[in-house]
Design a protein around this ligand. Structure first.
Ligand SMILES: [Zn+2]
Ligand SMILES: [Zn+2]
Length: 156
């Protein structure tokens, strides 16, 4: 498997990883969601790790939230560690490849997600077209596996 040597910053608390970032990380950046116990000091260390570079599939997904209906691109990928298909949000300006974490393995499985820019452009140009259904199920993708939440805290 192709890997990319990557510098990461790992935040640990009581020996447990609570966050990993490829960008500079200050302990102030880690909100209460990550910092489990403010009384335990948080340590940030720098490492160099080989991260799998994998191909992902881009598709559009319609979600309903308090902000209404949103059509957003997603990346689907097969985690090389647990071998499950996962879904992660793709936001405007995200670099290709994009750093991501497996929903199941969390910090145990870091990935660089690569996707087809031609497909991305094509999907973008079709955005004016109404989606076939308001809330499409994701379960038809990938032929099974555990449904994953469509949004999650994402690494910076
Ligand atoms: Zn998706
Ligand atoms: Zn995994």
């Amino acid at each position: 498997m192709k890997t990319v040597a990557t510098r990461i910053l790992r935040a640990t608390q009581a020996g447990e990883t609570i966050f990993i970032s490829i960008d500079d990380l200050a302990s102030d950046d880690l909100d209460d969601h990550y910092r489990r116990d403010r009384s335990i000091p948080l340590t940030i260390t720098e490492e160099r790790v080989d991260i799998p570079f994998i191909d992902s599939e881009i598709h559009m997904w319609t979600s309903l939230s308090e902000y209404g209906e949103t059509l957003a691109p997603h990346l689907h990928f097969n985690c090389p560690r647990c071998n499950r298909v996962h879904c992660t949000d793709l936001e405007d300006g995200d670099p290709n490849p994009r750093f991501a974490v497996c929903d199941s393995c969390l910090w145990e499985s870091l990935v660089w997600l690569n996707w087809d820019e031609n497909v991305a452009q094509k999907l973008k140009s079709e955005q004016g077209v109404a989606p076939q259904s308001a809330t499409r199920s994701e379960s038809d993708f990938g032929g099974g596996g555990t449904p994953q939440p469509e949004s999650k805290p994402r690494p910076r």
